[in-house]
Design a protein around this ligand. Structure first.
Ligand code: FES
Length: 288
C-alpha cells in the first residue's frame, strides 16, 4: 500500500470526526467573521496566507538540517531554528482558520497534517532548548526527528492542496469554458425580481439576479469550494450590494465579483449583460 492509498484511507476514516467537529466549531467561534479572519485566510493577498508562511518555516528548518550535517556554526543553526519556530505560529493560525471551513474529508487529512506539524514544532522547540543548554548532540537528533515530522506534514499538505483542492480557486475554469463574445442566456421576463436564480451557459452554472431593469451575472460556483451562490443571502456591506455563499459565508460584491470577506480569496468571475430588443438576456465574460 502506497502513501496515497494511506492518505485516501485517512480521508474516508470517520474515527476522528468527533474531535474534528469540536475543534473546527471552537475555531470558528473563536475567530469570528471580521478583519482578523479575513487576514488569516489571505483575503488581502488574494490567495491563502498559510502556504507561504508554512514554506518559510520548513525552509528555515531544512537549512538548519544542512548546517547540522556539515557541523556549521551553532549560532547560525540556532537562529534558523528560532526563525522556523517564529514563523510556525502565524502559519498554524492561518492554517487552522482555513481548515475550520473545509469539507469533512479535507478536514480529516488536515487534522493529521496539523498533528504532524505540531509534533515538528514541539521537536524543534525542544531541540533549540537543548542546544541553548549546551547539548548539541541531542539537539541535532531532535531536529532531524522534527524534519521527519515536518516532511510528513508537508506531504499531507500537498495532498490537501492538490488532490483535494483545498485552497484552490474553484471558479478558475470558468474563463476557459465560456467562448468569447455575447451569448444568449434566457428571456429577461423569465427572471424574478430581486431573487437570485441559476441559469446554465454551456458547461457552467451562472448566478443571475435581476433588480428592476438591472441584471447581475456571476459564476454560480463559489471560488472557495464551489458552493451554489444563487442559494446565498443578499446583503449590503458598507453600502455595496453583496451575496453571501450559503456554505461557509464568503461574501462577494455583486458589482464585480470581488471578495468582501473570506474564506474565499479569489474573486467570483463576473459577466457583462445586455438585453436584445426581443427581450433575450445576453452575457459575456467581464474583462478584468
Ligand atoms: S463554498 Fe465555501 S464559502 Fe462558498
Amino acid at each position: 500500500m502506497g502513501p496515497v492509498d494511506l492518505t485516501d484511507r485517512v480521508e474516508r476514516s470517520t474515527r476522528m470526526d468527533r474531535p474534528i467537529q469540536a475543534v473546527a466549531k471552537a475555531v470558528r467561534r473563536r475567530i469570528g467573521p471580521g478583519r482578523l479572519r479575513d487576514l488569516l485566510h489571505g483575503v488581502p493577498l488574494g490567495k491563502p496566507l498559510h502556504p507561504p508562511l508554512a514554506n518559510a518555516s520548513v525552509g528555515f528548518w531544512a537549512a538548519a538540517a544542512v548546517l547540522d550535517v556539515i557541523r556549521s556554526d551553532p549560532r547560525a543553526i540556532r537562529a534558523l531554528l528560532a526563525s522556523g519556530i517564529a514563523t510556525a505560529a502565524p502559519a498554524a493560525a492561518a492554517g487552522i482558520t482555513d481548515w475550520s471551513v473545509l469539507h469533512r474529508e479535507q478536514q480529516r487529512v488536515g487534522f493529521v497534517h496539523a498533528i504532524a506539524n505540531l509534533t515538528a514544532l514541539g521537536l524543534y522547540t525542544g531541540s533549540l532548548a537543548l542546544r541553548f543548554a549546551g547539548d548539541e548532540r541531542r539537539g541535532r537528533l531532535l531536529s532531524f526527528a522534527g524534519l521527519g515530522a515536518a516532511s510528513l506534514g508537508g506531504y499531507l499538505g500537498g495532498h490537501l492542496a492538490y488532490r483535494q483542492a483545498a485552497g484552490a480557486n474553484h471558479a478558475e475554469s470558468v474563463g476557459h469554458l465560456v467562448p468569447l463574445g455575447w451569448h444568449d442566456l434566457c428571456e429577461i421576463s423569465d427572471l424574478p425580481d430581486g431573487r437570485p436564480v441559476t441559469r446554465r451557459l454551456g458547461y457552467i452554472d451562472l448566478f443571475v439576479l435581476r433588480v428592476g431593469d438591472g441584471v447581475t451575472v456571476l459564476a454560480d460556483n463559489c471560488s472557495h469550494l464551489a458552493g451554489p451562490l444563487h442559494q446565498g443571502r443578499l446583503i449590503s456591506e458598507e453600502g455595496t450590494a453583496c451575496v453571501v455563499c450559503p456554505w461557509h459565508g464568503s461574501t462577494f460584491r455583486l458589482s464585480d465579483g470581488t471578495v468582501a470577506h473570506g474564506p474565499a480569496t479569489a474573486p467570483q468571475p463576473s459577466f457583462e449583460t445586455r438585453v436584445r430588443r426581443d427581450g433575450v438576456l445576453q452575457v459575456r465574460p467581464a474583462l478584468t
